[in-house]
Design a protein around this ligand. Structure first.
Ligand SMILES: [Zn+2]
Length: 55
């Protein structure tokens, strides 16, 4: 296995999908390659949590 360069569909930047992460995906039996860079993935999660209104 080798590190793979993928393109993020959110920001369009290229990011490295490391061998370690690929093995993690294999272990979890994920069929799809990641479509977002780690930054966007994090931003997405954070954004979703922030959008929830707090009283
Ligand atoms: Zn991105």
């Amino acid at each position: 296995m080798q590190d793979k360069t993928l393109k993020c569909k959110d920001c369009g930047c290229e990011f490295v999908w490391t061998v370690g992460e690929q093995q993690f995906y294999l272990e979890k039996d994920f069929k799809n390659e990641p479509t977002r860079c780690p930054d966007c993935r994090r931003a997405n999660k954070a954004g979703r949590q922030q959008r929830r209104p707090r009283y």
